[in-house]
Design a binder for this molecule. Structure first.
Ligand code: ITT
Length: 189
């Protein structure tokens, strides 16, 4: 089975392929100019927007991932705006560390909402995966992408960027969500 993975972020696609392993699904990026307007007011809404745009381009099964980092002391920011929090990834991390500099509570979570559309373009499954942890004071580690270097994973003494790709793909918000999607697909008649 082939599923279009509705993203322009190749790191996400690599992780999804690796989490899926030999699951029998071939994931591919949308053809053409994939540039949906992510103007929803929740991860769920943006995930549907991305999935529908991928369906418009491909007219087959599509899976979207809308994700972000939610920091408790910042009322859930950057959250939905994680990709747009500042100009570059370095600037996003600097801004977040600055905003947290006078806060005691550094707890946070990564969230991933996945939405699956069938080959008629209908939403047939939606799920949320979460990964809990906290924000460290200085970036550590070179693996992963995005905010991984500043996210200390609960139960580990390592940031997400210090985990190996295999370790990240066992515990991440994306892994939790994708496993739910795979379970749903296996249960389909
Ligand atoms: P698409 O919209 O094309 O999928 P994007 O990167 O813009 O790509 P999002 O709108 O879902 O994706 O924004 C998610 C942002 O949250 C992403 O750019 C990262 O900054 C951050 N993020 C999401 N998952 C992450 C992860 O596993 N590790 C680190 N940061 C992550």
């Amino acid at each position: 089975m082939k599923i279009i993975f509705a993203t322009a972020n190749e790191h996400k696609l690599d992780e999804v392929k690796s989490i899926c392993g030999n699951c029998g699904i071939e994931f591919a990026l949308p053809e053409g100019d994939f540039n949906p307007v992510e103007n929803g007011s929740s991860f769920e809404e943006n995930s549907v927007i991305k999935a529908k745009e991928a369906y418009r381009l491909s007219k087959t099964y599509c899976l979207a991932d809308d994700s972000g980092l939610c920091v408790n002391a910042l009322n859930g920011a950057p959250g939905l705006y994680s990709a747009r929090y500042a100009g570059t990834q370095d600037a996003k991390i600097e801004k977040l560390l600055h905003e947290l500099s006078d806060k005691n509570d550094r707890s946070a979570k990564f969230v991933c909402c996945m939405t699956l559309l069938n080959d008629c373009g209908d939403v047939i499954f939606q799920t949320i995966g979460e990964c809990f942890g906290s924000i460290v004071e200085e970036r550590k580690g070179l693996n992963g992408f995005g905010y991984d270097p500043i996210f200390l994973v609960e139960g580990y003494s390592k940031t997400m960027a210090e985990l190996s790709p295999d370790e990240k793909n066992k515990v991440s918000h994306r892994a939790v969500a994708l496993k739910n999607v795979l379970k749903f697909l296996q249960s389909m008649p």
